[in-house]
Design a protein around this ligand. Sequence first.
Ligand SMILES: *[C@@H]1O[C@H](CO)[C@@H](O)[C@H](O)[C@H]1NC(C)=O
Length: 328
Amino acid sequence: MSRGYTTTTLLCFCALSFIFGRFIQEIPGLPQTKSGFTQSGSASKASRRQAIEKVAEQQVRLSQDGKPQAPGRRQFASFEDAMASTAAVQRAPPVQPGQSGNDFYSSQPLQIISWYPRIILFPGFIDEERCAHFIKLAKARLAPSALALRKTEEDQETEDVRTSQGTFMSRYDDPAGVISWIEEKAAQLTGLPVSHGEPFNVLRYQLGQHYDSHYDIFEPESYGPQSSQRMATILFYLSDVEEGGETVFPLEGQYGMERLQASGFNFKSCVGGYQYKPRRGDALMFYSMHPNGTFDKHALHGGCPVVKGEKWVATKWLRDKCFSLPCM
Ligand SMILES: *[C@@H]1O[C@H](CO)[C@@H](O)[C@H](O)[C@H]1NC(C)=O
């Protein structure tokens, strides 16, 4: 009995090694050992996938920057084409989509940062050029409206709660379509339709500017019942920050709520909790609601003072109901 089991296990092991071996070899131009992606058949599912994505991305970049190609490098017109050339996709190509679906795969790495609240990081969500474009558009809006803005900003400054400068922007403010591209990509990743999003709130934080910890949701306890709620938020970081400017979640963690009771808890504090250091192009998504629709109090968050450099962040609030036409 036990002998039979061992034989089966061995056979399975051989079959798996064979499959993994083939799988890894088939990925064209996989980065060699330095990156660690190609190490042995014991590589986790996640790292194999990353390897595929990395290769696809590099090939798109190489074929787009117009520089001479290394011999044997294939060129691809789009990210989807590059994806389609990978072994994984050749083995399991996209299936027939529904009426409103896509007939191609998209890809974006993600990292689960926390379950209390649910925070998901999408590294490199927006490329450098699109970040620069978005900042340029926002800057142009901040400058001429400085007077009108200053009024509200001064009000806020006296309260010393939120000292950044900001503007609201929608896809209609960007004929080049970058804002719309970001919205579409976010919708595809989250399954939350574009129509559930409020316009982007683009903020610039300069030296010393900050945003005290707060909730994005309209807390039922303070605001009463709401017809629509901000169920999730995506923060798109359009710039790096030399120093400071972290996004802080002071109550992060399974027992994070206990910190609220601790003496000296301060909504301005940037000590403790979970802190994310801004990185250009990243998108950080968190939910302000539990899956059952109740308010997740772990979602308290704020922006720490910028110590050096400048921070640009575009905030997208996603509602549980349709917010902008056309609804879907
Ligand atoms: C909703 O979900 C949260 C988190 O799982 C839980 O703590 C809470 O008791 C739930 N509330 C209701 C009314 O189901």
